[in-house]
Design a protein around this ligand. Structure first.
Ligand code: AMP
Length: 613
């Protein structure tokens, strides 16, 4: 694949290869790593202590803070402190409905299908903007450490992330001033950190068991010629080390080591107990007993408490294995990821389930970022002959009747790929057929990007519909696309090879890249404004309809208030202020929700009345 080293601050194309960092953008913690003297290392804080940056963002009076200092604000300023933003990436309100209670900050519910926004004071933020803050902090951390500007990164995402979530992660990178060269799967990165998949000749199946603070994922991958394919994933988005801490607390309360009432009522006592529980858990990863002040717990008790939770993860492994159609014997490696895999009972349970030693030599908190840094190094051209592509990032297809895009290789399809499809002619005696190749996700080719075209000529004269024309797309691991058209009855064929990634010259591509960075914030703001306006217009329409349909049900005051609020929203929608639009929309929604419920109850009771029971 073409790689263009562009210095984003100067806009010039650089000749020397530069550092491409690896970033693990996690739910609870994030970190950045790079290759130092041929070895992947995670970057520590300014005190040279911790590599983990808590994925927490706090909106202070004059500045945004990220990481450990932000984490401290979780208790004092919960409504202005955002955590777990990864859970919201690329999600609509409908998607996150089920776990809203778990969050202490405010998610805006205005349109069930719209992407979620987070409200802090009078402002509205998208998960992309918030993730960008974390990425900016990581960028700053490595720039300070290396004393040079860093622009390029590989960012990891869970294997189950869909395209919207991946795109959101890319956009967050762009907003943070990072050129995201690749989004790779976390299990793929973990595997690379262990050097698995670096040898083009190996053919293996591996398991990545990832238990963090609040989430559990298991992924089964097949690696062939350096290509990683996710065969199956399973997990539990609400299971992690935090649940172990809770088990310990429950036990202490039960055992009267912790006072139930005081724990419920006294915030600082509660916090102290929580910290002790986490400490106990960590100590028990290398000791038989935890004992401090008035609190104690033995390893055997701890194991007994967490056994049911571990069993749940093993069941998930069993399902993943079944879904991958593999047998345990076919698994060549089991890789441990996430801080919670330090718990000995987890290691032994996983090891005994898969009937082999687990890979746990690399720090489980760092392993994903380290692997991402290795991927970055490969992309920087420092590890010759290596190329890793999980999937194709955009759909590839051809133009058919009426300018429609007919997708032949859909986005996210694994590569290499070879897909064929049959077509025919639409005119009697048609001798030539133009094949135009496009890339993109829109339905009309005019909205997508043209990659090239050629003419299949010399089709023997036949009535329309008789020729059998096969179009084949052959995409290799380097992103090179060969499009071949053949008329199967006569055997004539023609093909085109599209080398450049987007059918653009490297310079044009560089310019496009630069432009997308230059306009990232502006584009995002534009999009947010347009989206807010669209949503507002929908809300205005349905509000007017609602007033119309429920004249008899609403009181005079209610009708007047609704009309007033709808007008306010109409005014706001004409403005350029998306926060104002969102605000008015929320006010109207909050006011109309109970009225809508009442109308619904009424409609139901009316319907029942009409029925013979
Ligand atoms: P992560 O989300 O991967 O950063 O995982 C963090 C989780 O790992 C938290 O629940 C920590 O309490 C847990 N953890 C960190 N160190 C240890 C340890 N030594 N033993 C057990 N759990 C640990």
């Amino acid at each position: 694949m073409a790689k263009i080293p562009i210095n984003l601050s100067t806009g010039t194309i650089e000749q020397n290869s530069e550092i491409i960092v690896g970033i693990d953008l996690g739910t609870t913690n994030s970190l950045v790593a790079y290759i130092k003297d041929g070895k992947a290392v995670a970057v520590k804080d300014e005190n040279g202590k911790r590599t983990l940056v808590p994925s927490v963002i706090h909106f202070g009076p004059d500045e945004v803070i990220v990481g450990d200092p932000a984490r401290k604000k979780l208790i004092t300023h919960p409504e202005k402190t955002i955590y777990s933003v990864k859970r919201l990436m690329g999600k609509s309100y409908k998607d996150v409905n089920s776990f809203e209670n778990y969050l202490s900050y405010k998610i805006i519910d205005e349109d069930q299908d719209a992407l979620v926004k987070i409200q802090v004071d009078e402002k509205f933020y998208s998960p992309i903007e918030l993730s960008a803050e974390i990425l900016k902090a990581l960028k700053k951390r490595i720039e300070t450490r290396l004393n040079k500007s860093i622009q390029k990164a590989v960012i990891t995402v869970p294997a189950y992330f869909n395209d919207t979530q991946r795109q959101a992660t890319r956009d967050a990178g762009k907003l943070a001033g990072l050129d995201v060269l690749r989004i790779i799967n976390e299990p793929t990165a973990a595997s690379l950190a262990y050097g698995i998949g670096l040898d083009q000749n190996e053919d293996r199946k591996i398991v990545v068991y990832d238990l963090g603070g609040g989430t559990f994922d298991v992924s089964i991958l097949q690696i062939q010629q350096g290509i990683f394919e996710v065969l199956s994933t399973n997990g539990d988005t609400f299971l992690g080390g935090d649940d172990f801490d809770k088990k310990i607390i429950d036990y202490w309360i039960e055992d009267r080591q912790v006072d139930r009432v005081k724990f419920k009522e006294n915030k600082s006592y509660r916090q102290r107990v929580r910290l002790s529980a986490e400490e106990a858990k960590k100590i028990l990863s290398s000791a038989e007993l935890y004992k401090a002040d008035d609190l104690s717990i033995s390893l055997s008790k701890f194991n007994e408490l967490i056994k049911p939770l571990i069993d749940r993860t093993i069941e998930a492994c069993e399902i993943a294995l079944k879904d991958s159609n593999l047998k345990k014997e076919e698994i060549s490696n089991v890789i441990m990821v996430g801080g919670s895999t330090r718990v000995p009972l987890i290691k032994s349970s996983v090891s005994s389930f898969f009937d082999q030693q687990v890979n746990d030599k690399i720090d489980p908190d760092e392993v994903v970022a380290l692997g991402a840094a290795i991927q970055g190094d490969i992309l920087a051209g420092n590890q010759k002959g290596m190329l890793l592509l999980d999937v194709t990032p955009l759909s590839l297809g051809i133009e058919t009747v009426g300018g429609l895009m007919d997708v032949i290789i859909p986005r996210n399809n694994k590569v290499p790929a070879r897909v064929g499809r049959n077509y025919t002619t639409s005119v009697d005696g048609q001798k030539n057929l133009k094949v135009s190749v496009y890339q993109g996700e829109r339905d009309m080719v005019s909205d997508n990007r043209k990659l090239g075209e050629f003419i299949l000529s010399g089709i023997p004269p036949m009535p329309a519909g008789i020729p059998k024309i096969e179009i084949q797309f052959i995409l290799d691991a380097d992103g090179i696309l060969v499009v071949k058209a053949s008329e199967l009855r006569s055997g004539i064929s023609q093909n085109i090879e599209i080398r450049s990634q987007y059918g653009l010259s490297e310079e044009e591509m560089g310019k496009m890249l630069l432009d997308s960075f230059k306009h990232a914030e502006e584009d995002l703001a534009k999009r947010a404004l347009l989206e807010a306006r669209n949503e507002a217009n929908n809300v205005i329409l349905s509000s007017k309809k609602f007033i119309d349909h429920n004249k008899t049900l609403l009181t005079k005051e209610e009708t007047a208030t609704l009309i007033e609020m709808t007008k306010d929203l109409e005014m706001a929608a004409k403005s350029e202020d998306k926060d104002a639009i969102n605000h008015k929309m929320e006010t109207l929604n909050n006011y109309s929700r109970p009225l809508a419920e009442r109308a619904l109850d009424h409609a139901i009771s009316d319907a029942l009345k009409g029925k013979e029971l």
